[in-house]
Design a protein around this ligand. Structure first.
Ligand SMILES: NC(=O)c1ccc[n+]([C@@H]2O[C@H](COP(=O)([O-])OP(=O)(O)OC[C@H]3O[C@@H](n4cnc5c(N)ncnc54)[C@H](O)[C@@H]3O)[C@@H](O)[C@H]2O)c1
Length: 271
């Protein structure tokens, strides 16, 4: 999507972190915004901030728990009434619990899957037919490096993000195969971003946190350039994928030595 001017963009999880920063960046590109979050106050604050920039765009907010399928249908119907068509969907809302599998209830595991995977799927299912009919549009699925590498205390999170990566990859190839190649899928796999979501995570050896604004800028650029993947930082995620080809015991040892095994031990996350 070369120009973002006047394009209608849905961002889920827009109330905080990189969702909020992407909203500000898309606003600066003169895109119209449908901002979705479970936190109504955060959406209002963001809308006010965008208003102060004086850009001539439409900005609407939708309070919605994306894990609730009925609420998503209602929200997308509202967005279609307000904007008529959706050009870009950014599936960004996400949660992390950070407990060992033995301490995690099935309800907590479900919650992570429902928000991080199913919530993204509900939005995709609702907007994709309009995009394939026009053979145009972009869908961005914000996954994680946890969608490529499973780490201790992140079994539910990794499961949700591996699902997101697999879904994105299969859908991207399927759209091309069935003549809908104009609809682009971008899968985003960042290492830790300094938003507070992973508060207490101890950085691994030679792996400083990604700055939130850099992550937001890379995702907006990926939409403009139709990139299939955003790996952040690219060298360490690609390096990690290469290391996975080594014997598992050796890779496990390397991860332990670089602090990967204990990185989540001091995790507190958001209050
Ligand atoms: N922060 C990181 O280190 C990191 C690393 C890799 C991937 N990610 C992914 O990036 C995305 C954004 O992360 P962030 O760091 O900006 O997080 P964040 O916590 O700052 O923002 C997440 C937003 O999602 C919203 N949200 C949560 N549950 C929701 C629900 N059920 N319905 C609607 N909205 C809901 C929250 O209210 C919040 O505004 C997430 O998908 C996350 O998994 C983050």
């Amino acid at each position: 999507m070369k120009s973002l001017i006047n394009k209608n963009i849905i961002i889920t999880g827009a109330g905080s972190g990189i969702g909020r920063l992407m909203a500000l960046r898309f606003a600066a590109e003169s895109s119209n915004l449908a901002l979705v979050d479970i936190n109504a106050a955060a959406l209002k604050a963001l809308k006010d901030d965008i208003g102060k920039k004086g850009v001539k765009i439409s900005v609407n907010t939708y309070t919605c728990d994306i894990s609730d399928r009925t609420a998503v249908s209602r929200t997308v119907a509202g967005i279609m009434r307000d904007f008529t068509q959706v050009d870009v969907l950014i599936n960004n809302a996400g949660v992390v619990i950070g407990k060992a599998f033995l301490d995690l209830s099935l309800e907590e595991f479900h919650r992570t899957m429902d928000v991080n995977f199913w919530g993204h799927l509900y939005f995709t299912k609702a907007v994709l037919p309009g995009m394939t009919a026009r053979n145009s549009g972009n869908i961005v699925n914000v996954a994680s490096s946890s969608g490529l590498l499973g780490m201790p205390l992140l079994s539910d999170y990794a499961a949700s993000k591996f699902a997101e990566v697999g879904f994105s990859e299969a859908l991207r190839r399927e759209l091309k195969k069935f003549g809908h190649g104009g609809v682009k899928i971008t899968c985003v796999c960042p290492y830790i971003i300094d938003t507070g979501m992973f508060r207490g995570f101890k950085p691994m050896l030679l792996s400083p946190f990604v700055k939130p604004d850099r992550a937001a800028a890379r995702i907006v650029r990926a939409v403009k350039k139709d990139h299939p993947y955003v790996m952040l930082p690219a060298h360490s995620i690609r390096g990690m994928m290469f290391l996975k080809l080594l014997p598992t015991a050796f890779f496990d040892w390397m991860l332990k030595m670089s602090g990967g095994d204990s990185a989540m031990d001091g995790f507190t996350g958001r209050p």
